[in-house]
Every structure is written in structure tokens, then in C-alpha cells.
Design a binder for this molecule. Structure first.
Ligand code: CMP
Length: 139
């Protein structure tokens, strides 16, 4: 296993409910190093570009509307095997099916309002971390 970096987003539902601190605590207790972090209000263009792989999906417009509905917290997480470990800590995409010890199980509601995002592969992690952070923002 290698040291990896992955993008994590605390989505607008979890930020609005005051759960960002709870998510960050779960991340730190799981042993991730947070190498970059900022709060942002995404524009439609930023959300559309970020989720371009889903642009043909029927839920794309709702996804963009949701992701721009309020502030998000953006992070780069570093750890051994960070990509799959962060996805495991988040739980399944549909928060209604997520266990109580996962981020989505604790703070999400359903498949759209699912509290968090994580990169799904090394190639997407490289694209997604560079989409939101430049090289001077990673410590
Ligand atoms: P995320 O991990 O951010 O990646 C893409 C997002 O699209 C996903 O979380 C869900 O929030 C959303 N998504 C995926 N499938 C559906 C669906 N069937 N209906 C609505 N939203 C979806």
C-alpha cells in the first residue's frame, strides 16, 4: 500500500446542519492527515466542471443545484491507502443505506443529500485535488 492523497468534500447539507466539525473529528480520529482545507461557496461552473463525468445523468442538474445551495468544506486527505479508506469511512453513496459509524450514516439523509464526497481512483483524486487546490495550498 502506498501513501495517497484524496479529495474530501463536506457537502452543503452537513455544513448547514453544523456537522462539519463532527466530520473533521471522524477524519482525524481515523488517522488521516489533512494537508489542505478551506470553506467555499461553489459556483455552478465549478460544480459542473467538477462533476463533468456525470453530465449526461438525469440527476446532474439536481446535483449541481444541491452542491451550490450553500457552503462546502474542501479538504485534501493524506494517508496510506487514503482513497479507499476515506470511501469506507464515508459509507455507501446512498446515505439511507449507510451504517451508523460512517459519515453518511451519521450526517447524511439520502443519495443526493449524502453529506460527503470522496475521489474514487488515483486518476480522479489527481483531477479533483487540482480542481480546488493549487500547489501552494497543500502542506
Ligand atoms: P458523490 O460521491 O459526490 O458523487 C456523485 C454524486 O451524485 C453522488 O455523490 C450522489 O450525491 C449523486 N448521485 C449519484 N447517484 C444519484 C442518483 N441516482 N440520484 C441523485 N443523485 C445521485
Amino acid at each position: 500500500m502506498a501513501i495517497e492523497r484524496t479529495l474530501a468534500i463536506i457537502k452543503p447539507d452537513a455544513v448547514a446542519s453544523g456537522s462539519a466539525g463532527g466530520v473533521i473529528t471522524m477524519i482525524e480520529e481515523a488517522g488521516f492527515n489533512i494537508v489542505a482545507m478551506k470553506k467555499a461557496q461553489l459556483t455552478a461552473a465549478q460544480a459542473e466542471g467538477f462533476y463533468h463525468v456525470h453530465s449526461a445523468r438525469p440527476f446532474f442538474r439536481d446535483l449541481v443545484d444541491f452542491m451550490t445551495s450553500g457552503p462546502v468544506v474542501l479538504m485534501i486527505l493524506e494517508a496510506e491507502d487514503a482513497i479507499s479508506r476515506w470511501r469506507e469511512l464515508m459509507g455507501p453513496t446512498d446515505a439511507a443505506k449507510a451504517g451508523p459509524d460512517t459519515v453518511r450514516g451519521r450526517f447524511g439523509t439520502n443519495i443526493e443529500r449524502n453529506a460527503s464526497h470522496g475521489s474514487d481512483a488515483p486518476e480522479t483524486a489527481a483531477f479533483e485535488t487540482a480542481w480546488f487546490f493549487n500547489c501552494f495550498e497543500r502542506v
